[in-house]
Design a protein around this ligand. Structure first.
Ligand SMILES: Nc1ncnc2c1ncn2[C@@H]1O[C@H](COP(=O)(O)OP(=O)(O)OP(=O)(O)O)[C@@H](O)[C@H]1O
Ligand SMILES: [Mg+2]
Length: 453
């Protein structure tokens, strides 16, 4: 089966074409990148420019793989990405029958039914754990018997305008969207090691224009955000501070950059002529490091604030995994450790099984975590989907008639709407609507669980 990942980054687009065999083994059969255009801080600001730049990577990936790309898993990022934790609950009818995949879907639908700010929509609904008749901590309730099934779900949202621009862009490329995946979530899929998400870990993808933060506790995603900061700001500071073109500042940063001036010899000088023929001047490498340090400190401070705001700082025994192109900047990991007061390690997308050819290895750099993660996500979810399709076929035999279907729907609605966040007026409104519909007050007995931070 062919799986395609398109990472639409601020500095580059990366297209990976993967093939998954029957044993689930994934091999990259085509890969290409192209410099990004029309994208600022993770968001498409010029659809035509973005289409033109992505086309280059897409065409090359098609040529290399010999495949026609019809659809892909596509990354999305930017400061519009938001999240909340929500609970959903449904009653099982007839009572105490076995829970099916269809019940799980109904429960997730209930969790999804949240009131969003205008112009925002749901991108992901990810279950964090189920509770069956008050017993919590259940990972998969299928085949268990019970009466009231609840789910705690992590919901990731995005701004409709930004989502629509990306959809338009893919339409312009004639590529269908298998799923839009939030960049940080895809990167986490590629860099997290076994057990880290159970312990509690934060993944930082520090790219060119955005820093995606994903926090995992108890084995699943608990918080997602994207800050409009990245390595381009560092390059910009170097360009302004040393009065150099952006492209030269970028080369200087990648070749000689360091975020800790204390590590650099006071007398070390860099010959600018190696990047700009005709220039004879030299600059101090320590000065370069001082410029970089100031910006990296600011970026790390803002990451620390974001994690502190949601009070997850004390819940991350596995520390921080830093990935994205900027993660390669020498001294950055130490700065992250200092600012966040947590252990940090570099996250490269190489601890995964099935990627071992030389083509695969050339993409095992932090800048490609999102693209590799999209393939892994696609591989995992497409096999889940085919299992679910089979089960849905079985589920299609309803163990209850249409009338009980309607009452299930009503119960779902009532239980969901009465989640603790609802105001008293809202609760009264929902309850009176429920009474007038001849329904019950099941929600009144509900355990008060909350998904807010
Ligand atoms: N060796 C290196 N040292 C320092 N910075 C580096 C290095 N390699 C790449 N970078 C920086 O990484 C950034 C690009 O990272 P990446 O490719 O992950 O971004 P992106 O995915 O295109 O953008 P984003 O995820 O922010 O939308 C650039 O700012 C680049 O200068
Ligand atoms: Mg990126």
């Amino acid at each position: 089966m062919m799986i395609v990942g398109i990472d639409v980054g601020t500095t580059k687009t990366c297209v990976l074409v993967g093939k998954q065999d029957h044993a689930g083994r994934l091999t990259i059969v085509g890969a290409s990148t192209s410099p990004a255009r029309g994208i600022r801080r993770g968001i498409i600001v010029d659809i035509d420019e973005a289409v033109a730049s992505i086309t280059m990577a897409l065409d090359r990936a098609e040529r290399l793989s010999g495949e026609h790309i019809r659809s892909a898993y596509v990354s999305i990022s930017g400061r519009h990405i938001g999240c909340l934790n929500s609970t959903g609950a449904v009653t099982i009818s007839p009572l105490y029958r076995d829970i099916t995949e269809a019940d799980i879907r109904r429960t997730l639908e209930a969790a999804r039914a949240i009131v969003l700010p205008a112009g925002h929509e749901v991108l992901h609904v990810i279950p964090r754990g189920y509770t069956l008749d008050g017993q919590d901590g259940i990972e998969n309730p299928v085949s268990m018997a019970g009466f009231l099934l609840e789910v705690e779900a992590h919901i990731i949202t995005g701004a409709s305008t930004s989502i629509n621009s990306l959809v338009r862009c893919m339409q312009g490329l004639n590529v269908g969207i298998d799923e839009l995946i939030v960049g940080g979530l895809a990167s986490s899929e590629a860099v997290l090691e076994e057990g880290e998400s159970d312990l509690g870990v934060a993944v930082l993808d520090i790219g060119g224009g955005t820093t995606d933060i994903s926090i995992f506790t108890k084995g699943s995603i608990a918080y997602t955000t994207a800050l409009p900061l990245g390595g381009d700001l560092i390059t910009n500071d170097i360009a302004i501070g040393l009065q150099l073109p952006f492209s030269v500042a970028e080369k200087l940063k990648i070749t000689y950059g360091h975020s800790n001036p204390a590590m650099i010899d006071d007398h070390e000088m860099i010959d600018i002529g190696q990047f700009m023929p005709g220039r004879r001047d030299r600059i101090s490498r320590k000065l370069l490091a001082e410029i970089i340090e100031a910006r990296v400190e600011e970026i790390c401070g803002m990451i620390g604030d974001a994690i502190q705001t949601v009070s997850y700082g004390d819940w991350l025994p596995a520390g921080v995994v830093v990935t994205g192109g900027t993660a390669l900047l020498p001294g950055l990991l130490e700065m992250v450790e200092q600012e966040l007061d947590l252990p940090a390690r570099l996250g490269t997308p190489d601890r995964i099984h099935g990627l071992d050819s030389s083509l695969d290895r050339s993409f095992q750099l932090p800048a490609f975590s999102t693209a590799i993660g999209l393939l892994l996500w696609g591989a995992r979810h497409s096999s889940l989907d085919s299992e679910e399709e089979e089960e849905q076929f079985e589920d299609d035999e309803p163990p209850y008639d249409n009338r009980s279907r309607i009452s299930d729907w009503l119960r779902t609605l009532i239980v969901q709407k009465l989640k603790p966040a609802a105001s008293t007026e809202e609760q009264v409104g929902i309850l009176s609507a429920a009474y007038s519909a001849g329904s019950y007050t099941l929600a009144l007995n509900r355990r008060s669980g909350s998904g807010t931070f």
